[in-house]
Design a protein. Sequence first.
Length: 577
Amino acid sequence: MNVRKMAKLNTRKGIWHTILLSLAVTAGVLLTGLFYVKGQLQQSAERNADNSARHILERTRDYLEEVSRATDNFMSPFVYWLKMDSVRCMAIEEVSLNAITTCNSVFAMLEGYVDNNPRTRSISYVFAPASLIPESRRAFAPRVYREGFRREDLSARGRQLYESGLYRRGDTSRVAFFSAPEYRDDPSTSVITYVQPVRALANPDKTVRQIWVEVELDGLCRLLEAEKPYENASICLFDSEGNVVASDDQSELGLSLADWNPIAEPDCFQERQYRMDDLGMTLAIYLPVKEVYASIKVVYLHMFVAIMLLMTFLSLGLLAFFRIYVREEKANIHTGHELKLAADIQKGFLPNASLLAGRLELYATSEPAAQVGGDFYDYLERNGKLYFCLGDVSGKGVPAAIFMSMTGSLFRAAARLSDSPAEIASIMNDALAERNEEFMFCTFFVGVIDPETGQIRFCNAGHNPPMAFGRPGGDTHFIVSEKNPPLGLYGHCAYVERTDELLPGQLLFVYSDGVTEARDTVKALFGDDRLMDILSALPDGTLPQQCISRVRQSLADFSAGAPQSDDITMLCIWRKP
């Protein structure tokens, strides 16, 4: 395998590796972003779950506190608030029952409470036995039920009332509390009792009244069921003794904390417990993990699919790019091969770089700016004379090269038909202008030298004037001629020639504008003056090849790496002394 094939193979491997690396980096960045977004979505889902749980807590607390607020407002006209050991207690002046009101008015007052508080099943106003007036010698504990505003005097139960656990706890408590729930066969009739002890204002250590408010658990259970944030979530409210007060599933009423087990797979649920010490309650919420993260799984799946589609399209795009690159590379290689072949053919049109013709020595070079160019030179010997020319076709590249080939061929044909430079230029101009639809043209210098006499007849068709130099004691100067139009623009133009003499030891330097219009890195021109200074500084006896080599070196030094902007062609003739 040759070096060029190895280079192409390495280039393709490098591009393929670059594509794979780009895909890997892109995939890494996208997947990293995906995992980051997944984490953010998880945090968002957990925040939503926390907010839902706290919302349930607030609704539950509001439900229970509404009972205490209603009771406080109900008793506010008759009671005072005392602070005992940092605890806020309700107190009342201990006066006779008859002094306050009649029994019927107490019942009426309790009926008003029930009527204004739809969550209340019944309310009781229990007088302590020790607080009864001596002359009445009877107990009094009125209760009013919501159903039909039915009245009952609980004192008729006698010792059963005053020795009950509920009464004894209220008698010793300084603050209000919720009792253990009372479960009935019908869950809708299960209740929890709110107890508000009332102390004697004159003797705060003594409880003289108790207010009992029965709250239906059915409403609280319906609230918990309605507030479930997820279908399979489980919510339960416990009292301080671990009894189930309320649950989203009313069949769980009557269970204790030890018996309550709403989930079969604990690892699949998130547990949140909130203590309400002021109410003596604990709210337990179990949230199903799958449902908590269900929404983000959908988003995550959509994002993953989108990323996979993006990676697929990116891969297909890069693969298509690689295929296009390979196709264009092959086309460029093919075009480059053809251009190289064209350049070789073009060089074949040019004669040898050096010539010895009697007392004349000639040397010429041509360096195209691209692979092919529009500059050319040519020479031939006929009838003991040297015919030579140098041309510069407008434009660059392949079109200029084709036009140059036509012009070079015409020179050889015209030089065999006439020994007059003006006639040669005229013949070439008419032929080039005949079908020149692209209006291309060629600046052209043609000359005929007699090696013995040094006589030079020449015609300049819009070209740079050549320079003569090198004779001992002589100066460097331009060979000025009549102004003639370039070849190819207009047919049937009259061209004028002039005659001069190339003295022994003198050199004639003919060049294209690529020499004087060469630019350095700051776009400055090489210029005619610099060229003239270089030629003037050449020592006597300089040969044509040495002259051209010196100019080429000066151009390289001047350009300092700047790209060649135009074709550079030089031809130098020396007449031996």
